[in-house]
Design a protein around this ligand. Structure first.
Ligand code: 3HC
Ligand code: NAI
Length: 702
């Protein structure tokens, strides 16, 4: 028997244990071990029932994703599950922790399922651009019904133990030790002479199936625009109502194979590993001791501060918020309450959970009340002098060891750290707006930030259900610096002949949820205007900036909030409408600049928006501001709405090819000058016929 699968006997019950840390992925050795163990149990006349259980943090995290995209050695998971299903002795899956993907399909091939309170079950394959490929789309609807199966498979979301029991996904909830409880369950089956119950023999209830599938297709098209896997999940589940099970299982395998080789699934698998890779940080070994985070504080209860406080509370961390005075504090906390209440009224949060979270958020106007906080996150106005003053105060009031974090979106974290006598404790935690919703935390490592501070903040990101990426200090860090390159070109394109709706359409057709101009209207144009004015005073840009955006603000058009910005907005409608007034303004500005407007193709728009962004990414990598290309991908997916199915800008760059991008950048540089000069790293990759992935693999970029 292999190490990955253990076999033992407890009386008349064979206990097969999955033992493949860290998540009992169902790789080749596990599949072989399972078949061997099943044969052993089958051959032993004293074995009357079988239990399959897992060691470690959960039952199983599913198929081994590292095996995807390559030929898989037999036995395949479908074959192992078919073997379990036909076994003549009752087989019981005993589930703790995660039983997901193939790790949920395997229990569905068992005859019974029991779990303890930690059990979480689901089929998240859709998040990897796949469908469940080992019978999930056929067995789950048969067991729990079409509607709940559709919900689980198309969303990829998990259900906890209680819900699993309600749905009939678990036959029994075990109190106390899982293995003991599962053996007791199996012994009862033996004592009662209960036969194996095979899900394949059940019939799915197909009442109202047609409407259900139609609705599911429309919802998936809206919510998961441009992604193929959700539609294929629905097709395959529909087969459970129209085809004999073996034909439907065959179809499921065909859909799976088709998706497995698709660019979307490769992109989504890349992101799965990228998110985890981001936690490997040079100079911060995995065993770096963490600082305990039992209580937090946030300075400023404005847009970001209250979102950050809510994120902490959502993750169960008690937090105290400081404002300038009681009135501002009350107003900020009231806004947080209203945001939660909105979720309650939409049904996405229970009243009980809202109350529990609000209880975790306290307020004060005195720094003495936060002296014991383990982490303080500052989110006051973007003003260096103000931030320095606050960090000096924190330095003199907070206990030794408090992590002092700033949510600055552009200021120098090193300069802020230098305002304290403990720069090792200072770090950037750049949340995105709305902070209670957006998943990205672009964490910024200062020159002196201590390794344990870095490790603790990355762990905190995960604990509060965010995706953390560590970057270095530069203007705009990684995300905003690349965004600036993209938005600059979008505005130049207007001067040269394009119009806002044309640019936005190309970008949304590519897969972004919104184009750059609609995003600006949503965020409010006045804020950026003031920031630009201030920045130009203290640090004049080295190149000409388009002033169309400034003119629009000066016309009193501040975006959606004034129903006019780059676009027009009708009362109660957020859909941007092109506005002839803006088009006249743009044409007039081209004239002022002496630019002869020309026809601009969609392809040029795409290249002008995306390639300079990628080019900036290449510079950021060469400077060591981002640790690796995949970190940039994670930042753009979770912070800026880059289409997931494209894998992020650097992954996308590899699909286009460094040489193609370099050639376009070189041409643009010759026409438009320095701002579009190809990055040396891009040139190097193009000349060597290499990709950003090669770069990452060679550990050239750490
Ligand atoms: N295959 C290969 N490696 C996996 C894996 C998998 N299914 N699941 C997790 N890992 C690896 C991670 O890459 C990570 O490796 P690292 O330490 O070297 O970075 C390590 O296991 C630990 O993973 P996490 O940090 O994510 O651990 P958590 O405890 O936070 O989460 C989990 C556990 C919920 C299981 C999470 O890892 C997860 O979501 N895994 C993927 C689940 C999934 O999508 N399964 C479906 C696979 S497709 C499938 O089953 C096809 C079938 O239908 C035929
Ligand atoms: P905001 O103007 O909405 O909120 C700032 C809050 O800080 C106000 O409520 C103000 O009363 C409070 N404040 C000011 N001085 C204070 C002091 N001395 N003590 C306590 N509270 C004080 O600003 P916003 O948008 O929340 O931005 C905060 C920080 O987050 C800035 O550094 C900004 O650059 C950054 N940021 C903003 C994002 C956004 O989209 N708004 C995104 C990411 C970062």
């Amino acid at each position: 028997m292999s190490d990955e699968v253990r076999y033992e006997r407890e009386g008349n019950v064979a206990v097969i244990t999955l033992n493949n840390p860290p998540v009992n992925a169902l790789g080749h050795a596990v599949r072989v071990g399972l078949v061997d163990a099943l044969e052993k149990a089958d051959a032993d006349d004293d074995v009357k029932a079988v239990i399959i259980i897992g060691t470690g943090r959960g039952f199983s995290g599913g198929a081994d994703i590292r095996e995807f995209g390559k030929p898989r050695p037999e036995p395949l998971l479908v074959e192992v599950i078919a073997h379990i299903e036909v076994t003549a002795k009752p087989v019981v899956a005993a589930i703790h922790g995660m039983a997901v993907g193939g790790g949920c399909e395997l229990p569905l091939g068992c005859h019974y399922r029991v779990g303890d309170e930690t059990a979480q079950m689901g089929l998240p394959e859709v998040k990897l651009g796949l469908i469940p490929g080992a019978g999930g789309t056929q067995r789950l609807p048969r067991l729990i019904g079409l509607k709940p199966a559709l919900d689980m498979i198309v969303s990829g979301e998990y259900v906890g133990a209680e819900r699993a029991a309600e749905l009939g996904l678990l036959d029994e909830l075990i109190d106390g030790d899982l293995k003991t409880g599962a053996i007791r369950f199996a012994e009862k089956l033996i004592a009662n002479g209960t036969e194996p119950r095979r899900i394949r023999d059940m019939q799915p209830d197909d009442t109202d199936a047609k409407e259900l599938f139609e609705k599911a297709r429309a919802t998936a098209a809206r919510r998961m625009r441009g992604l193929d896997a959700p539609q294929r999940c629905i097709d395959s589940i529909e087969n459970s109502t129209t085809l004999p099970i073996d034909d439907a299982l065959q179809k499921e395998r065909e859909f799976f194979a088709e998706l497995e080789s698709s660019e979307q699934s490769r992109a989504l698998r890349h992101l799965f590993f990228a998110e985890r890779e981001a936690h490997r940080i040079p100079g911060v070994p995995k065993d770096t001791p963490l600082r305990p985070i039992a209580r937090a504080a946030v300075i400023g209860c404005g847009t970001m501060g209250r979102g950050i406080a809510m994120s902490l509370a959502n993750g169960g961390v008690p937090v105290t918020v400081i404002e300038v005075d009681q009135k501002a504090l009350d107003a900020g906390l009231e806004m947080a309450r209203k945001t939660y209440a909105g979720s309650v009224s939409r049904g996405s949060l229970s009243q009980g959970d809202m109350d529990a979270r609000m209880t975790l958020i306290g307020g004060t106007t005195s720094y003495d009340d936060i002296a014991d906080a383990d982490i303080v996150i500052e989110a006051v106005f973007e003003d260096m002098e103000l931030k320095k003053k606050i960090f000096t105060t924190l330095d003199s009031t907070c206990k030794q060891g408090t992590i002092l974090a700033t949510n600055t979106s552009s200021l120098d974290v090193n300069e802020i750290a230098a305002a304290t006598k403990r720069p090792g404790d200072v770090i950037g935690t750049h949340f995105f707006s709305p902070a209670n919703v957006m998943k990205l935390m672009e964490n910024v490592r200062g020159a002196k930030t201590a390794p344990d501070v870095i490790a603790t903040v990355m762990k905190l990101s995960k604990d509060i259900n965010k995706v953390g990426v560590m970057v270095g200090v530069c203007n705009g860090f990684v995300g905003n610096r690349m965004l600036y390159a993209y938005k600059t070109q979008a505005e130049y394109l207007l001067e040269e002949g394009a119009l806002p709706h044309q640019v936005d359409k190309v970008v949304t057709d590519f897969g972004f949820p919104m184009g750059p101009f609609a995003v600006s209207d949503l965020a409010g144009l006045d804020v950026g205007y003031l920031v630009r004015k201030h920045r130009r005073e203290i640090d004049p840009p080295k190149h000409r900036e388009s002033y169309i955006g400034d003119r629009i603000v000066e016309m009193g058009r501040h975006g959606q909030k004034t129903s006019k910005g780059w676009f027009l907005y009708e009362e109660g409608n957020r859909v941007p409408q092109p506005d002839p007034e803006i088009e006249d303004l743009i044409v007039g500005i081209s004239e002022e600049l002496g630019i002869e407007r020309r026809e601009i193709t969609d392809q040029e728009i795409l290249e002008r928006c995306l390639y300079p962004l990628i080019n900036e990414g290449a510079k950021i990598l060469a400077e060591g501001i981002a640790i690796r290309p995949s970190d940039i991908d994670v930042i753009w997916i979770y912070g800026y709405g880059f289409p997931r199915g494209r894998g992020g800008p650097m992954f996308y760059a590899d699909q286009v090819g460094a040489k193609t991008i370099f050639d376009v950048m070189q041409r643009l540089y010759e026409v438009h000058g320095d701002l579009l000069k190809p990055a040396p790293l891009l040139k190097e990759l193009a000349n060597a016929g290499k990709s950003f992935a090669d770069c990452q693999a060679e550990k050239k970029i750490n």
